[in-house]
Design a protein around this ligand. Structure first.
Ligand code: 5AD
Length: 447
C-alpha cells in the first residue's frame, strides 16, 4: 500500500529541491539533518522531504505506479462535467474559472446558490482543482491518542465538563507502536497525532515521543494538541514534528470567546502565524455553522484561512453534540450543500490550496466524502486510532460510525491485532476504491 510515490530530485538550490514525478515537477524543502542531492529518490509530504529511498526500491514502486498514474489521470478528466448554470451565478463562475478576483457580493452569490446552479458550482471547483493541482489527493492518517481536555469549548464533546464520556490516554509506547504499524504495515507517510489539550503529556514526554518516532520512521508528523507555548512547539519541531494542525475555529473574535470560554482569538491566530513563520507545515481552518454565524462570517473564515497561507485548509460542519452547550441550544444543523459550497468557494479563492474533505461530511451524508472530492476537495484523513479507543474520541456524534465494539466494552480488548484492525483496513480499502473510482492518486505531490 502506498500513500506517497517516490520522486527523483533533479536539482537543489539552497534547501529547495525540484522533484520529478513522471515528468511533473514539484518543489520540496530539505529539513533537519537529511542529506539529499540531485539524483536521489525521496518521499515528499507537505512540501518537505521526509525520507530517502534507495533507487532499486523506488524504481520498483514507480514501475507498479506508472500505468496506474496515467490511467487515473484520464479517469479524473472524465469527472470534469459541469452542466450549465443560468443567471448571475453563471457569470460569477465564469469569472472564478478564469482566475478572476471575486468580490464579497459574488462570494455571497456562491454561498446562496441552490438547486440546478449547484452542479455547475461544484463542477467548476472540481475543474479548477484538476487544472491547478492535477489528480493527486493526499491521504493522511490520524491517531487520537487522548480524549482528556482541560477546555470547555461549547461545541466539543470531549470538553472537560462532559462527565458522560469515558476518558482514555495512550501510553508513549502504545503511540509509537501504533505509528509503526501505520507507517510500516499500512504505508502512511503523514500522520496527525491528535488529543484534547491534555497536560498529562509534558513537553518532555511529547519530545521523547516525536524523537522515538522520527528515529525509526520516515513520516511527516502533524501535532494536533491545541495550544501550547510557541517555545514548546519549537522544541517539538526540533525533535522532528514538522507539522501542526490547529484550527482557529471562527474568525469572529466575540463568537470565539463565547465558544471557547477564557480564550482569545488573537492568541490563537498569533500562535498559528508563529508556527507558519517558523516553518511548520500548518493545517488550519474553522467550523462551519457555529451559532449566530452569517454568510459574511463564513466568507471571513475562508479569507482568514487564505491570509494565513497554510499548507492545508481544514474546516468542517458543526455536528451538534448532545452533551455540549451547543447541543442543548437546538442549533440548526449545517446542510451538506453548505459544507460543499464552502469547499468550492475556498477553491475559487485559493486555487492551489490543499483542501481537506473532513470526516464530518460523511457524518452528514454517506456520500459526503465523494461529493467533497468532486466539489474542489483534494485531501483526506483516515482514522487509525486503535479500535478500543476510537469510539471514545467523541468530539461530535456519528464521528465513529465504524466502531467495532459496543459502548459497554470499556476494558482492555483481548482480540488479536488482526481482528482489531479489520475496520481500519476496510476503511482504507474503501477510501482507496473511492479515490480510484474518481481517478485520484493517493499521493501528495505538493506544489
Ligand atoms: N462539530 C464539528 N467539529 C467539531 N470540532 C470539535 N467539536 C466539533 C463539533 N461538534 C472540531 C474543532 C476542533 C477539531 C479537532 O474538531 O474544529 O478544532
Amino acid at each position: 500500500m502506498c500513500y506517497a510515490i517516490p520522486g527523483r530530485i533533479i536539482s537543489i538550490k539552497g534547501r529547495v529541491a525540484t522533484i520529478d514525478y513522471f515528468g511533473e515537477k514539484r518543489t520540496a524543502s530539505v529539513i533537519g539533518d537529511l542529506k539529499a542531492r540531485a539524483g536521489d529518490y525521496v518521499y515528499a509530504q507537505g512540501g518537505i522531504i521526509i525520507d530517502k529511498i534507495n533507487q532499486d526500491e523506488a524504481l520498483a514502486i514507480l514501475g507498479t505506479w506508472k500505468e496506474r498514474f496515467f490511467e487515473l489521470k484520464k479517469k479524473d478528466m472524465d469527472t470534469l462535467t459541469r452542466g450549465r448554470a443560468e443567471g448571475e451565478i453563471a457569470s460569477v463562475l465564469e469569472k472564478a474559472e478564469n482566475g478572476g478576483f471575486l468580490s464579497r457580493s459574488e462570494m455571497e452569490t456562491i454561498l446562496k446558490t441552490q438547486d440546478s446552479g449547484l452542479e455547475t458550482l461544484f463542477g467548476t471547483a472540481n475543474h479548477i482543482r484538476s487544472s491547478e493541482l492535477g489528480n493527486s489527493c493526499c491521504v493522511h492518517g490520524i491517531l487520537e491518542f487522548s480524549n482528556y481536555c482541560k477546555n470547555e469549548c461549547a461545541y466539543c464533546g470531549i470538553n472537560k465538563n462532559n462527565t458522560k464520556i469515558k476518558r482514555y490516554r495512550m501510553t508513549i509506547d502504545e503511540i509509537v507502536e501504533r505509528v509503526g504499524y501505520a507507517v510500516e504495515e499500512l504505508g502512511f507517510k503523514a500522520l496527525v497525532l491528535q488529543s484534547g489539550e491534555d497536560d498529562y503529556y509534558t513537553d518532555d514526554m511529547l519530545i521523547e515521543l516525536v524523537k522515538r518516532i522520527r528515529e525509526r520512521y520516515g513520516v511527516l508528523l502533524f501535532l494536533s494538541i491545541g495550544e501550547r507555548s510557541f517555545d514548546s512547539y519549537k522544541r517539538l519541531y526540533e525533535a522532528g514534528a514538522y507539522g501542526a494542525l490547529l484550527r482557529f475555529e471562527t474568525s469572529n473574535p466575540k463568537l470565539y470567546t463565547l465558544m471557547r470560554p477564557g480564550k482569545k482569538l488573537d492568541d490563537r491566530i498569533g500562535l498559528i502565524k508563529k508556527l507558519i513563520a517558523h516553518g511548520f507545515v500548518v493545517a488550519t481552518g474553522f467550523i462551519i455553522g457555529l451559532p449566530g454565524t452569517t454568510e459574511a462570517d463564513l466568507i471571513n473564515d475562508i479569507l482568514l484561512t487564505k491570509s494565513l497561507k497554510p499548507d492545508m485548509y481544514s474546516f468542517g460542519p458543526l455536528i451538534p453534540h448532545p452533551d455540549t452547550q451547543i447541543g442543548k441550544m437546538k442549533t440548526k444543523p449545517v446542510s451538506l450543500n453548505l459544507a460543499l459550497k464552502t469547499i468550492a468557494l475556498s477553491r475559487f479563492v485559493d486555487p492551489k490550496a490543499k483542501i481537506l474533505v473532513t470526516t464530518a461530511l460523511e457524518t452528514l451524508e454517506k456520500q459526503g466524502k465523494r461529493k467533497g472530492l468532486l466539489a474542489g476537495g483534494n485531501s483526506l484523513m483516515i482514522n487509525l486510532t486503535p479500535e478500543q479507543y476510537k469510539g471514545k474520541y467523541d468530539i461530535y456524534p456519528g464521528k465513529t460510525q465504524d466502531q467495532l465494539f459496543d459502548e459497554s466494552n470499556n476494558g482492555p480488548l483481548v482480540a488479536s491485532a488482526d481482528q482489531l484492525d479489520i475496520k481500519t483496513q476496510d476503511t482504507i480499502r474503501e477510501t482507496l476504491d473511492l479515490l480510484y473510482s474518481l481517478g485520484r492518486a493517493p499521493t501528495d505531490l505538493g506544489r
